[in-house]
Design a protein around this ligand. Structure first.
Ligand code: DER
Length: 235
């Protein structure tokens, strides 16, 4: 399937360019593209990986590390990471990302900041010029359950065109994050999405908001696998 090949292409290219033999502590992100990152790192061989520590961005990436037989570590022991590679829901021309499609954005942002280098891998569907063009659900915002209704109201006051509590598919009620919080998805008009840093600051300040799925000017580079087998790099 071209999409899966595109994900693999992005992941392999990013690992080849950013995961060096001397790197010992590696952050592993969430989503369906990152398994190809682990696949490529495994291909660097047992010798290269035997002393490496892998820090997860949540339950899913923890399971991925364990099932790959790699050594698990946590941020308490390894506060500085050599490199973290993660997926994204959309990346604009200024390397700003929407993240949180998988409701993991809080720990993902912590690991992105803890890393010397943070790199994004994605398939061509995520490659946009303005955020909100291709990722329809809106900005994922992690909120404390107690405040979700208040935050919904404040998001509308901020100009949000649609803000909804993310409901689970195979569970009655809302999605609950790895931090036991709720997620709100909020869309904004293009003119506000053109300045994601400003929008990030405005949303982050709303009482009850834990973290916002806007990663502005954090990525060193973003790799997109294309349908024709080529790779687009933004940096
Ligand atoms: O939740 C996230 O931010 C993940 O990185 C995720 O949205 C990326 O998803 P994908 O790699 O499965 O497209």
């Amino acid at each position: 399937a071209p999409i899966e090949e595109a994900k693999r292409l992005a992941a392999y290219t990013a690992v080849d360019k950013h995961v060096f033999p001397e790197h010992q502590v590696i952050g592993i992100g969430s989503g369906s593209t990152v398994p190809y990152v682990v696949e490529r790192i495994m291909q660097q061989g047992r010798e290269a990986n035997k002393n490496r520590i892998f820090v997860p961005t949540g339950f899913q990436s923890k399971e991925l590390i364990i099932s790959a037989g790699l050594r698990l570590g946590d941020l308490d022991q390894y506060p500085k990471l050599d490199v973290t590679i993660d997926g994204a829901d959309e990346v604009d021309s200024g390397l700003n990302c929407i993240k949180g499609g998988g409701a993991c954005q809080l720990r993902e942002k912590v690991l992105a900041e803890a890393a010397e280098t943070w790199v994004v891998v994605a398939d061509y569907r995520k490659n946009s010029s303005i955020l909100g063009t291709n990722y329809a659900p809106g900005i994922p915002i992690e909120v404390v359950p107690f405040a979700y209704a208040a935050v919904l109201k404040k998001l509308h006051a901020l100009g949000s065109t649609k803000a909804t509590l993310r409901l689970a598919k195979m569970k009655a009620g809302p999605v609950v994050s790895d931090n036991s919080n709720f997620v709100i998805d909020a869309t904004f008009p293009p003119e506000q999405m053109k300045d994601p840093s400003k929008l990030l600051r405005q949303i982050k300040l709303l009482t009850g908001v834990v973290e916002v799925g806007l990663f502005c000017q954090m990525a060193k580079a973003a790799y997109f696998g294309n349908q024709d087998g080529s790779v687009t790099i933004k940096w």
